[in-house]
Design a protein around this ligand. Structure first.
Ligand code: SF4
Length: 251
C-alpha cells in the first residue's frame, strides 16, 4: 500500500491523551486555519524547512509495518504508564487507510485519535470505532465564520460529531481560543449548547492561542496572518461550559 507521510513523532507526550504517550503527526490537512501552529502539517507531501539549525525535510515516508515496529517497541513502557499511542496531524483522517493498516499491526495499547473531524462520514465512522478515545476539535459554530477562518464548511464536522457521539467511543471536545475569532462569548456559548447533551462527552478542553504559532511560517516560505493577535488577551469562559454541567479543562 502507499506509505504514510509522518512529519513528527513525539515520545513521552503528556498533553495528547491519558498517561505518557507516543504521538504520531501525519502530514496533510484539508483545512487552512489562519491560526494553525503546525503549517508543516498542511501539505500532504514532504517539504523543505529552512530552520535556524539548518535545512530539513518535514515529512518522512513510513510503511505500516515500519511504523508499527517503531510503536510496538514502546508499548510496554506506554502501558506501564497508563498511556498509549496518539494519531494526530495535520489531519490524520486524510491517511485513514494507512492508519487502519498500522492499527492492524499494533500490539494492545490505548489508542487515541486527535482530529478536526473533517472527512467523509464513512471514512470517519470506520476509523473512530477502532480507537479507545477521540480528541475532536470544534472551532467555530457559525457556518460562515468557519468557512472564512478555516477554508471549509463545518457541516461535515458537525455531522461526524453526531456519528462519534453514537459510536460509544468516549471523546473530548477541544476548542482553540483565538482572540476575537473563536474566543467570543457567542461562539463558546454556542459550542457549549451544541455538545452538553452528547453521549460520550468526557469534557471540553479550552486551548488558549499559541503565541508562537507564527514561528514556523517563514521557515516554509509562508506568511502568517495573525501577528497582530500575539499580544491580545484571550477570552476564557469556562463558566459557559460549567453552567451546562460540562467538565472543563483550561490548558
Ligand atoms: S485543522 Fe489543525 S492542522 Fe489543520 S489547518 Fe487547522 S489547526 Fe492546522
Amino acid at each position: 500500500m502507499t506509505p504514510g507521510i509522518v512529519f513528527d513523532i513525539k515520545e513521552f507526550a503528556v498533553h495528547d491523551g491519558p498517561g505518557i504517550r507516543t504521538t504520531v503527526f501525519l502530514k496533510g490537512c484539508p483545512l487552512s486555519c489562519v491560526w494553525c501552529h503546525s503549517p508543516e502539517g498542511k501539505d500532504p507531501a514532504p517539504q523543505m524547512m529552512h530552520t535556524p539549525r539548518g535545512d530539513r525535510i518535514a515529512g518522512k515516508a513510513y510503511t505500516p509495518e515500519a511504523l508499527a515496529v517503531y510503536l510496538n517497541n514502546q508499548v510496554s513502557i506506554l502501558n506501564a504508564n497508563e498511556g498509549g499511542v496518539t494519531f494526530s496531524g495535520g489531519e490524520p483522517l486524510m491517511q485513514a487507510a494507512f492508519i487502519h493498516s498500522t492499527l492492524d499491526l499494533l500490539e494492545p495499547v490505548h489508542r487515541l485519535l486527535d482530529t478536526s473531524g473533517f472527512a467523509e462520514r464513512h471514512v470517519f465512522g470506520d476509523l473512530v470505532r477502532r480507537f479507545d478515545m477521540v480528541y475532536f476539535d470544534l472551532k467555530l459554530m457559525d457556518p460562515q465564520a468557519h468557512r472564512t477562518h478555516t477554508g471549509v464548511s463545518n457541516a461535515p464536522i458537525l455531522n461526524n460529531l453526531q456519528i462519534l457521539s453514537q459510536s460509544g467511543v468516549p471523546f473530548v471536545i477541544r476548542v482553540p481560543l483565538i482572540p476575537t475569532i473563536t474566543d467570543t462569548d457567542e461562539n463558546q456559548r454556542a459550542i457549549a449548547d451544541h455538545v452538553y447533551s452528547l453521549p460520550g462527552l468526557l469534557r471540553v478542553d479550552l486551548l488558549p492561542y499559541n503565541q508562537l504559532a507564527g514561528a514556523k511560517y517563514p521557515m516554509l516560505g509562508m506568511v502568517y496572518a495573525l501577528h497582530d493577535l500575539e499580544k491580545h488577551p484571550v477570552n476564557l469562559r469556562p463558566d459557559l461550559f460549567l453552567s451546562k454541567g460540562i467538565q472543563v479543562l483550561c490548558h
